[in-house]
Design a protein around this ligand. Structure first.
Ligand code: FEO
Ligand code: CA
Ligand code: CA
Ligand code: CA
Length: 601
């Protein structure tokens, strides 16, 4: 029929061409607005953003810096409103502060940076007849959580000796959350946020005396002296030679209940500790949540957690309290993937596998269940706190930087973004294999995983590569078999989302093809499976994060605009979003159709 020669429903827009415009570029016929920017006041009493009069107190009531993950939750009873949850991965002090001296930051600058990290909950309002979305400041549900807010550790490792510090003898109370990257949304209406590159905040690992402690810190990327931001000068807990366990209290998945304005967020130890990129749950047939998670590091692993408890339906207080315990008890697994092509085939030359497809089978290796370790030589507490070391021991598959993960609500297949790995096959590092098929992998790939019998709790799975990214003219690329002359070039997939039609949307970080980063949609089923179409591009220096695709609008987090080598507050590389002479501000953007119809139909 007529549909045959048209892109998949939901992706019927004129693709945006690769470009380097200092703007958010959207398809013809689409419009956009900035929903909220770094520094916009969200709490009662917070002042308007003023780059010349920043203070930690002001920032603690304003939207944070470098928005990354986004989710929208319904707000029944308030017409046209939803609850936006956003996280704030890290700070770019050179771009934030006039006259910043990286060798000599002031206490005020450091405290502003603490307040600019963390999480935001902010109610948003849609405009009738358009897709425009605006923030509702001072709403009673609005929250800020910063690098100094109180968080609670829960689950099997909470209270462990490994999590105790001189400020917290209980091992259960942590101040702050750091480097939150992607996240997830639970079916019981909470937001998950993943602590990623927390190592960068901790100094003086080189001065830690105990060799075992030093080895563990090293496996998590902590080897050096002073940290880049010098926070250790202002709070001893960032100095590992004084507080070696403080770093163990970061690298977790955080759960936030945005509907309870007094809730204390939880760090869920049952989900393990690593450079968590994301945490996306789904339910088994009997109602138990399963959470998929990547560890974003070259040659690190892909995990899942299977809860032993069933979700309770309904909005009762009892159900809500019960559901807030679901992520505290279950089994943590790591993935091992085996290719099925000829055993002697080597990859990396851009060849297709001998059987014509990058595919194979996989196994979920259990690491710990509650207080029981499945890893020889490690206690359960050690497995949770030093999960990378546990996965090393059981021989999990070393992946090309597992980023976001998203199960398709239509097919149940799970998609994993593997963003790139420039070191694959170099300097004695592991060589390309069927699941990570390119040495010096510059452009990344997207893996598609099908649990056995579609059971999210299964212990085996089948997998195949869905996309091998890059310039379509490069023979090493693969778009699920779709003709390469009809796809948008895509490089460095990072965050993933599904629309209601079952199309996968992919945002990129670090496009290595010369264009700015962007957002792409691709059909995962039917005749157009693999047809990648670019929906937008972001300004100079920015990464595209947090995509949400609703019927009427697409939301993206424009992270670190203007982050270009040598750029500073005085010498900005971008004039986005407010034009020349104004501070560059990471912001959330909504995109909608001018004619009021749904996205891509
Ligand atoms: Fe913060 Fe893996 O991106
Ligand atoms: Ca990021
Ligand atoms: Ca194969
Ligand atoms: Ca990311």
């Amino acid at each position: 029929g007529r549909g045959k020669n048209r892109p998949a429903r939901g992706l019927r827009f004129t693709p945006v061409a690769p470009n380097t415009a200092d703007a958010v570029t959207v398809p013809e016929g689409y419009a956009q607005n900035v929903v909220i920017r770094w520094g916009d006041p969200i709490l009662r009493g917070a002042p308007a953003f003023d780059p010349d009069r920043q203070s930690a107190k002001a920032q603690a009531g304003q939207f944070g810096y470098n928005n990354d993950y986004l989710t929208l939750l319904p707000l029944p009873g308030e017409r046209g409103r939803q609850v936006l949850f956003a996280n704030h991965e890290y700070t770019d002090e050179q771009l934030m502060f006039p006259g910043y001296d990286e060798d000599d930051p002031t206490r005020e600058q450091v405290e502003i940076a603490w307040a600019a990290h963390g999480l935001s909950v902010v109610v948003v309002q849609e405009e009738r007849r358009t897709g425009r979305l605006t923030a509702v400041p001072r709403h009673h549900l609005n929250r800020r959580f910063t690098a100094t807010s109180e968080f609670r550790l829960t689950g099997p490792a909470a209270g462990s000796e490994l999590l105790r510090t001189s400020a917290d003898r209980t091992g259960r109370k942590v101040l702050g959350t750091l480097n939150n990257c992607a996240g997830g949304t639970t079916p019981w209406g909470t937001a998950l946020s993943a602590e990623e590159n927390f190592n960068q905040y901790f100094a003086h690992a080189d001065a830690v005396a105990d060799p075992d402690t030093r080895a563990r810190l090293k496996r998590y990327g902590m080897t050096g002296g002073a940290s880049d931001r010098k926070w250790e000068r202002f709070d001893d807990r960032f100095d590992l030679s004084k507080e070696p366990n403080e770093a163990n209290r970061f690298g977790w998945v955080v759960e936030v209940d945005p509907y309870d304005p007094h809730s204390v967020p939880r760090k869920r130890t049952a989900l393990g500790r690593f450079k968590h990129e994301a945490a996306q749950p789904r339910l088994t047939a009997d109602g138990r949540p399963v959470v998929y998670m990547g560890d974003d590091e070259r040659f690190d692993y892909f995990y899942k957690f299977v809860s032993s408890r069933r979700m309770m339906r309904g909005g009762s207080r009892r159900a809500r309290e019960h559901n807030l315990t679901l992520l505290d008890e279950g089994t943590l697994y790591v993935a091992k993937l085996t290719g099925d092509s000829a055993a002697d085939q080597t990859f990396g030359a851009g060849d297709l596998p001998s059987d014509g497809e990058f595919d194979g089978t996989g196994r979920w290796i259990p690491l710990a269940t509650g207080d029981v370790s499945h890893v020889p030589g490690m206690t359960a507490e050690e497995v949770y706190v030093f999960t990378r070391l546990a996965a090393d021991k059981v021989g999990a598959t070393k992946m090309d930087r597992p980023e976001d993960v998203e199960p398709s609500p239509r097919t149940g297949r799970v998609y994993v973004a593997l963003t790139n790995n420039s070191r694959r096959g170099t300097d004695g590092n592991p060589l390309a294999d069927e699941a990570n098929p390119r040495n010096a992998n510059k452009h990344g790939h997207v893996l598609e995983l099908a649990e056995r019998r579609s059971d999210p709790a299964a212990d085996t799975f089948a997998w195949r590569l869905f996309l091998v990214c890059g310039d379509p003219e490069d023979p090493a690329t693969y778009f699920a078999g779709f003709p390469k002359d009809r796809v948008s070039p895509i490089s460095c997939p990072d965050n993933l989302a599904f629309d209601t039609f079952g199309n996968l949307w992919i945002s990129t970080d670090g496009n290595a093809l010369g264009s700015h980063d962007g957002l792409f949609g691709v059909a995962t089923t039917g005749e157009r499976r693999g047809e990648v179409r670019q929906f937008l591009t972001v300004p100079t220096g920015a990464e595209t994060c947090g995509p949400i695709v609703q019927d009427r609008r697409v939301l993206v987090a424009v992270q670190h605009p203007g982050e270009v080598d040598g750029a500073s507050y005085e010498q900005p590389a971008s004039a986005w979003p407010d034009g020349p002479g104004r501070a560059v501000r990471p912001s959330v953007v909504a995109v909608w159709r001018r004619d009021g119809r749904d996205i891509g139909v």
